[in-house]
Design a protein. Sequence first.
Length: 241
Amino acid sequence: MWWFATAHANLLMLARRMTADPAAGALILDAGCGTGGLLAKLASEFPQSCAVGIDADTEACARAAAKSARPVCNGSVNALPFTDEAFAAIFSADVLCHRDVDENEALAQFRRCLRHDGVLVLNLPAYRWMLSRHDAAVYNIRRYTRSGVVRLLHAAGFRVLYISYWNTVLFPIMALTRKLLTGGGTPTSDVTVYPTLIESFCRAITGFERFLLRHGVRLPFGGSLTAVAAKDPIFLEPVHA
């Protein structure tokens, strides 16, 4: 689906833009790897490094290991089963928002497990008022603002290097379909593969947004947020909320 393809591409692009590629043999973690889509891309994009995954769902772990051909362990981001300063980078896509995750505990674990020069790369859903049947279906209980994420990361001891909304152009359609055109009934996710024409249109629009992000533009609103943060407080300069 275009959304996953875009979210993963944004995370990889920003990680490369904000930091040097991990050294040969460096460990990279996909924290909350799900069925392994991002983990497979990390393994492909950083072949000199060792990408590993962790997820709380045992079935997802098995699928992620098969899809990525990378090690995947069953566990919680609230209590990572890894040694201190093990990872050069930790990626986490739409995990802090989950009902089973304590966002403060998870961020503390991420910081503990990052090397002193390590970076955290996040994607998160935007705006609490956008909570909908989709969020209920995928067990999201939190959505975020840019300033809220900055405060959360600073409180956990991170220095924010870059943060921006994305999915800006399509956001009015997203808000309309999720907030005004949804009926009652059971929670239903709108994650699906759309017809080719719609997929191509959405990928083209979000591809243009990624071009802007690559050049340092911070989009003013959108359906999601992406952020890069450093563990070391002297690693580059902070952004302003």
